[in-house]
Design a protein around this ligand. Structure first.
Ligand SMILES: O=C(O)CCC(=O)C(=O)O
Ligand SMILES: [Fe+2]
Length: 206
């Protein structure tokens, strides 16, 4: 069995080993982003999204003070054209991870997310959702090409550099994908001044 070396995937693996996160430009091209954005917006208009919850059975007021996004879980088996493109790419990546670095990714889960103006997601670790099988978090941004820094909505990753905390500030530009170790890196979404669109998901073990 031979594996064709993929330079983009190799860079991600190297970044993950060195700094526990990786930022990839154009993981999805602008056409793919547009397809996914349109699909997200259609489903949102059809009222399929629900208010995101935190953990289990938390008081809604508390939840709202922690995160304000609306989400829709994706079902791979019911994918439309846009979601098929998405899952094909993800599956290709997962296969590569499993073959080249024995990551043992067995499951995945992804949801669309829409942050209305004024919302945010306070600092957290993705495994606080009581799911220690979450190994890698992936965020894929679906905003318009003219997304501006003054729209807010930065993803801030808190990293430790020789004992001091540093912030990695990442704007949600279209086609950009961020991958990080779910169990290790705390992060937050800063307040959004313009509707912010994405797909977030987790690659899971066992
Ligand atoms: O949208 C982002 O940049 C991150 C979202 C996030 O942290 C989450 O959904 O757990
Ligand atoms: Fe998160």
């Amino acid at each position: 069995m031979t594996i064709v070396e993929n330079p983009v995937y190799e860079k991600i693996i190297e970044d993950l080993l060195n700094q526990q996160y990786s930022i990839i430009e154009n993981f999805f091209d602008l056409y793919e982003v547009q397809q996914l954005r349109n699909s997200l917006l259609n489903k949102y208009e059809e009222d399929n999204f629900k208010k995101a919850a935190i953990g289990n059975r938390t008081n809604e007021m508390i939840a709202k003070s922690i995160r304000g996004d609306f989400i829709l879980w994706l079902n791979e088996a019911e994918s439309g054209a846009a979601e098929s493109i998405f899952f094909n790419r993800i599956n290709d990546f997962v296969e590569y991870l499993n073959k080249t670095c024995f990551m043992g990714i067995l499951h995945k889960e992804f949801h669309y997310a829409l942050y209305p103006e004024g919302t945010f997601y306070k600092r957290h670790l993705d495994t606080f959702q009581n799911d220690d099988r979450r190994k890698l978090s992936m965020v894929c941004y679906l905003n318009e090409q003219d997304w501006k820094p003054e729209y807010g909505g930065e993803l801030v990753i808190y990293k430790n550099e020789h004992g001091t905390e540093k912030e990695e500030v990442i704007y949600p530009f279209p086609g950009r994908v961020v991958i990080f170790e779910s169990q290790v890196l705390e992060h937050e979404v800063k307040p959004v001044k313009t509707e912010r669109l994405s797909i977030t998901g987790w690659l899971k073990t066992r």
